[in-house]
Design a protein around this ligand. Structure first.
Ligand SMILES: C[S@@+](CC[C@H](N)C(=O)[O-])C[C@H]1O[C@@H](n2cnc3c(N)ncnc32)[C@H](O)[C@@H]1O
Length: 211
């Protein structure tokens, strides 16, 4: 059992939000993502942001390791998904929403050929050592010209054990320097989160374009 299975089983899911992320609502419309494409949502949990993306006339493919999380996404929306096994994945689908249940790093391009992606609490959930593999997987699954919206989170790493792990701007620039255009859309100090004992905490919102 992974720490993520344990977290879901113990309902230690403080990362989950019951309302749509306001930074998604604010910035997604500025990305000029064409309607009708497929949005990849890596490490999706049961994020209600996927419903919002579907309402923008996109098909959505989330990837989530933990089956009860994927099931809860549909159940909480009152949907009964069709479930099928595809290789090592379970695919749950209802209308425009699909969740592939399994390891993001093993998703073959044929299962998720995407034209954009949305990362909230995904890359920050991974330690630095596996982040290059995440970027490589985005490159595999998202066609050239795909646009991504990524929301990060940075703090002095020695002040807290992750996840979430700090993802400073320098690391974003390093990770996406080859094969992506990087545009910083907004940066905000997170005053509310300082009660976690962190001296300095900020969030950055990026537009990333896969060349
Ligand atoms: C911090 S949560 C964020 C969930 C979601 N993005 C949100 O904003 O609510 C990270 C999620 O990634 C899932 N996860 C972790 N490693 C994964 C992997 N290798 N493949 C697929 N999902 C993974 C966890 O189970 C967890 O639900």
């Amino acid at each position: 059992m992974t720490i993520w299975h344990q977290r879901w089983s113990n309902q230690q899911i403080g990362f989950h939000r019951s309302v749509v992320n306001d930074l998604l609502e604010k910035h997604w419309p500025t990305l000029n993502v064409q309607h009708g494409g497929t949005v990849l949502v890596p490490l999706c949990g049961k994020s209600v942001d996927m419903h919002w993306l579907a309402q923008q006339e996109h098909d959505v493919i989330g990837v989530e390791l933990v089956l009860p999380a994927a099931e809860a996404f549909f159940e909480e929306a009152g949907n009964t998904p069709e479930v099928e096994s595809v290789g090592q994945f379970k695919r749950l689908n209802s209308g425009p929403n699909t969740i592939l249940c399994g390891d993001f790093f093993s998703v073959p391009t044929s299962l998720a050929p995407c034209t954009s992606w949305y990362d909230r609490a995904a890359l920050v959930a991974l330690p630095s050592s596996v982040r290059p593999a995440y970027v490589e997987q985005i490159r595999n699954l998202c066609k050239p010209g795909s646009v991504g919206l990524m929301i990060t989170f940075a703090y002095p790493q020695e002040q807290m054990q992750g996840p979430p792990f700090s993802l400073p701007d320098e690391e974003v620039n390093r990770l996406f320097s080859t094969g992506f255009e990087i545009e910083l859309l907004e940066q905000l100090e997170l005053e509310d989160e300082k009660d976690r004992g962190l001296s300095n905490l900020y969030s950055s919102v990026y537009k990333l374009t896969r060349r």
